[in-house]
Design a protein around this ligand. Sequence first.
Ligand code: ADP
Ligand code: TRP
Length: 322
Amino acid sequence: MRFLTGLQPSGKLHIGNYFGAIQAAIELQNKGEAFYFIANYHAMTTMPGAEALRANTYEMAVDLLACGLDPQKAVFFAQSAVPEVNELAWILSTVCPMGLLERCHSYKDKIAKGFSPNHALFAYPALMAADILLYDSDAVPVGKDQKQHLEVTRDLAGKINDAFGADLLRMPEALINETTAIVPGLDGQKMSKSYGNTLPVFGEEKALRKLINKKVVTDATPLEEPKPTENSIILALYKLFATPAQYEEMVAAHHRGGVGYGQFKKDLFEAYWEFFRPAREKREWIMANPGYVDEVLADGATKAREAAAKVLSRVRKAVGLI
Ligand code: ADP
Ligand code: TRP
């Protein structure tokens, strides 16, 4: 079973990304053959600029390795290290009806957010389909927001197979964890970079302690009174990091009263800080070993290119390019 997923290098990783996508994807490296890449071609669709793109790609690689992506188990590479993906995207484009892309939410959402309606943004799902199909992927772990792109991928694979030979492209399955809850941001809306309400996975202790203390929204119930547990942002976040017993204890303390929000936030910070301690230590090790990330990515790129070459030569032959 081959798992493949791409992660866009879009700035600082937050705990919504971690619990919503990364944790489960990394787990899969123990369950089959994993191909994970940093989607830097995709990140270009919103024109971050050369320096930001380079820096974010590197930082994403560091963060994923720190979070437990194991290059001994998974093939880990930058999307741009296998430029052949663009050729498959082109081939897929030739069977891709305009209407299919026009219906995609992500394009409309990006335009609504003010991004320029360039061709790459529009053709984004065809490149994503190529990412998946180029490696004969069986299953693609993604967040719910990517479900439609997986449907496009299957649609395009079907059209190619109908036109050029059954089984030419392997039909992938989406692996969407429907049970993963949306992680709330510090203000209670969905946590997202665009809302500026994120809790980063990595950062400086003092600043993060202050962030939780100042920015997690609470009501104004006085210290001695019982506190509402419904819609509590502190509790929703604490649940991600605490043991079930710790979580139950905090719920009970809400019911009892006599404990202030300041204390709950302190407990939240401690649980969060402990939870990411191993990842933080790994990250420090990586930062102290310059060259490690480049080596890992170079090794991943070699393996990814080998796998890609097999599929691409099969496709080129079938469509009449050689
Ligand atoms: P952002 O909303 O901060 O721009 P992205 O869209 O880059 O985040 O998210 C990358 C992945 O992280 C998504 O595919 C989604 O599965 C996951 N994700 C992001 N925010 C959350 C959240 N608040 N709760 C759960 N999962 C999330
Ligand atoms: N579009 C995905 C996202 O924004 C990233 C991505 C690019 C991807 N290519 C992929 C995910 C292939 C899975 C498979 O999150």
